[in-house]
Design a protein around this ligand. Structure first.
Ligand code: COA
Length: 192
């Protein structure tokens, strides 16, 4: 059993080193505690082309990122310690996205701080540029399966976001929010 866990740790470390080697200038993590960072297969960092900026991803300690997670864009994305990101989650970052510590992101979550502009009918949408606004997700937030977080949203500490919700407005701390668009249905239990 101990041998198996050593083997798993070694595989994790090798994968992390490979990931670091592949995206050297994009990815930062605490080397001293890198034993506890787990990154799944087919993890991708996708840098958007110039004139957009440089995508920088800062990971805390003890993070798990399951397979098929994509981080893409052209600016700064930070993910706090002890956060767990389930498979097929996509985070697109062209201004600033910060995810706190101890968060749990279920499968197929989409966090995107960018929209395409579409004011003009005469120019194809893909040529009209983008609009961005930063996203901040607090500590100890659980985001359910398939939820979408749109640009400019702040989710307070301790929130729960229901499965398949679309969060378009700020959610105050310790709220449970569900639906499209996500509305607060209750507060989590009080601490006495
Ligand atoms: C958000 C959630 C945690 C709420 O659970 P809960 O506190 O037990 O809430 P309830 O089941 O009592 O639901 C309260 C109300 O919200 C509604 N609701 C709950 N989840 C909803 C959702 N995801 N979307 C829309 N409405 C939802 C319920 O229908 C209910 O409405 P009603 O009062 O009109 O009947 C849960 O519904 C959920 O979405 N969990 C995510 C599951 C998941 O993604 N797991 C992945 C594992 S990491």
């Amino acid at each position: 059993m101990r041998l198996y866990s050593l083997y798993k740790k070694a595989i994790n470390l090798l994968r992390l080193l490979f990931v670091k080697f592949r995206w050297y200038s994009h990815l930062t993590f605490p080397w001293r505690r890198c034993w506890n960072i787990r990154i799944g297969r087919r993890f991708e960092i996708k840098q958007f082309p110039p004139p957009l900026g440089h995508l920088k991803v800062i990971l805390g300690a003890n993070i798990t990122i399951e397979k098929d997670v994509w981080l893409k864009g052209s600016s700064l994305l930070s993910i706090g310690s002890n956060t767990f990101i389930c498979r097929r989650t996509v985070i697109g970052c062209n201004e600033r996205i910060s995810i706190g510590h101890d968060c749990l992101l279920a499968e197929n979550v989409r966090i995107q701080d960018t929209d395409h502009q579409f004011e003009s009918r005469n120019i194809p949408i893909r040529q009209q540029g983008i609009a961005t606004a930063p996203i901040k997700i607090g500590n100890d937030v659980w985001i359910g399966y398939g939820a979408v977080i749109t640009k400019g949203v702040k989710i307070g500490d301790g929130c729960v976001i229901g499965a398949n919700s679309v969060v378009t407005h700020d959610i105050p701390p310790y709220s449970v929010a569900v639906g499209v668009p996500a509305r607060v249905i209750k507060q989590r239990g009080d601490v006495l």
